[in-house]
Write a protein that binds this ligand. Structure first.
Ligand code: FAD
Length: 496
């Protein structure tokens, strides 16, 4: 007799639900019986359109063809984020996905660069990063010889449809309906079934809570608490609106600071996603709406939608036979586009430790520990952007003066005292990311490694010039981002 398949019930059909469905169907399909429940009446959050390069490895697990994915969803390429007005008004830096300069075993590039700056021999930090310069110049190419590290801007609605089609082709069953109740086993406390408003009962062995901020399973039914990080990251609302494109899409997200938060601009092939993130203690909804509308370019395609959110994490991402993904499990505001990445790492970990033979407390504990570590490190990276600022407004003054987590304070101390940055085992962000943001937000180390003092002026100048010249030459050979998209993956209109 064939062993019984594990029954997986996915609650929710946003980006989290459909990513889970698509990857489980593809990677473990024959061993699972998967059902996804979603409610069209409730709908999805409708944002979440900027990604980071790890998305590409996950797409490989899904077996996605890049050109098909991009042309079907109207996606564009992303080389980083342009931070505007963050340290102070008029300021701009790009946090790109590239490596900055070249490192040696004794010290990373910034030590050489700082010494060269002191001697007046070096340009801006970004001059020594390929992705940075390509983004600035609005150029892009990929393919067998492509060397740029990149991610995507995508249309969240089209992405979910695209994933759904793949999951359904892989045999997944989708149920339309509103979850009205969650039945628990009185003895184990595990979830037995979801009960829908029309009375349908959907039983399972493993439940994935992808119900968004509602957290119907992990929060409401299982009562797992939430650790609130609002003191460190007080933005708690966003207004989002889509507009018609008014020009070629640039290969980066724009994150533009305002007096009580920031706004985003995400260019897709067929439209632009815009949003204003703010702290409601410092800006009213009406003011936020006016500010968003005065800043957008191009005709509005929808009315601005208000999203309330809470920054923090679920105390346990996995409880009993329920695993929370994305918004149900925790959320750090979208400044560095990390939520979709967290869905993907959560799913990868789940597949690596899949509970075919029942839930093991040791496996659950390890999963929860890893989930905690990765989201806390991301939290620190986001706080960094807010904390290091020189803006005059009360919101920004508060962020500058607040006490920061010890883990971040330790990192800042190390950088100031020695110019060292590092990527720890739980860190998503690499040394080059920390450097671009630390320097970009205006922090200057008091000391750095003295090894560069051994290098005479002409050698140091030549090394930096060669680095920059090679990058500039490589960038000048690239087509513009728009021209590359037009050739490689032009949007298929929905009717086509
Ligand atoms: P949702 O999209 O809310 O989906 C929840 C699902 O559950 C829906 O299908 C809904 O119908 C269903 N549901 C809920 N209740 C019930 C019920 N009772 N019965 C049946 N079904 C139910 N992430 C990034 O990576 N990059 C970004 O640029 C980015 N920008 C963001 C900007 C903002 C302002 C916010 C708030 C988030 C952003 N995110 C971003 C996060 C990203 O939007 C989410 O990670 C992603 O959309 C996944 O959401 P979800 O699937 O968890 O929830």
């Amino acid at each position: 007799m064939e062993p019984r398949k594990t029954r997986v019930v996915i609650a929710g059909g946003g980006t989290a639900g459909w990513l889970a469905a698509a990857v489980l169907a593809r990677q473990l399909g024959p061993l699972l019986d998967i059902v996804l429940v979603e409610s069209e009446d409730i709908g999805t959050i409708g944002v979440g359109e900027s990604t980071i390069p790890t998305v590409r490895a996950f797409h490989a697990l899904l077996g996605l063809d890049e050109r098909e994915f991009m042309s079907t969803t109207g996606a564009t390429f992303k080389l980083g984020i342009s931070f505007e007005n963050w340290a102070h008004d008029g300021d701009r830096y790009i946090h790109s996905f590239g490596d900055v300069g070249k490192s040696t075993w004794m010290g990373d590039f910034q030590h050489f660069w700082l010494e060269a700056r002191r001697r007046g021999l070096a340009g801006e930090l970004g001059d020594y990063c390929f992705e940075h310069q390509a983004a600035l110049d609005d150029r892009f190419a990929t393919g067998p010889n492509g060397k740029l590290n990149y991610a995507y801007h995508l249309d969240a609605g089209r992405y979910a449809h695209f994933l759904r089609a793949r999951a359904e082709a892989g045999g997944l069953k989708r149920v339309e309906g509103r979850i009205a109740k969650v039945d628990l086993d009185a003895e184990s406390g595990h979830i037995e079934a979801l009960v829908l408003a029309d009375g349908q009962r959907i039983e399972g062995d493993l439940f994935l809570d992808c119900t968004g901020f509602r957290a119907l399973l992990i929060g409401e039914a299982l009562g797992v608490g939430f650790e609130d990080w609002g003191d460190w990251l007080p933005t708690n609302r966003a207004l989002a609106v889509q507009t018609v494109s008014t020009g070629p899409a640039v290969p980066y997200t724009r994150a533009i600071a305002h007096d009580a938060g920031w706004r985003w601009r995400i260019p897709l092939q067929h439209r632009v996603g815009n949003g204003l993130v703010y702290a409601s203690d410092f800006l009213s909804d009406d003011e936020a709406r006016a500010r968003l509308l005065e800043s957008i370019e191009g005709e509005r395609l929808i009315e601005p939608g208000l999203i309330r959110f809470r920054t923090g994490r679920r105390m346990k991402a996995w409880q009993g036979n329920c695993i929370a993904l994305s918004l149900a499990g925790g959320f750090v505001e979208p400044l560095e586009s990390t939520s979709i990445h967290l869905i993907m790492t959560g799913l990868t970990r789940l597949m690596q430790a899949f509970p075919f033979d029942g839930v093991s407390p040791a496996v659950v504990a390890r999963y929860n520990e890893q989930s905690r570590g990765e989201i806390e490190r991301i939290r620190d990276f986001i706080i960094l952007h807010y904390h290091l600022n020189d803006r005059p407004e009360p919101f920004w003054r508060r962020q500058r003066e607040m006490a920061i987590p010890d883990s971040l304070a330790e990192r800042l101390g190390l950088f100031v005292e020695s110019a060292q940055a590092y990527q720890g085992p739980e860190d998503l962000f690499r040394v080059s990311s920390w450097l671009q943001v630390l320097f970009g937000q205006g922090l200057t180390p008091a000391r750095y490694h003295q090894l560069a003092r051994l290098i005479p002026d002409d050698q140091l100048r030549q090394a930096l010039t060669d680095l920059k010249t090679n990058i500039d030459r490589a960038v000048s050979r690239l087509p513009t981002h728009q021209a590359f998209i037009q050739d490689y993956c032009p949007e298929k209109t929905e009717a086509a």
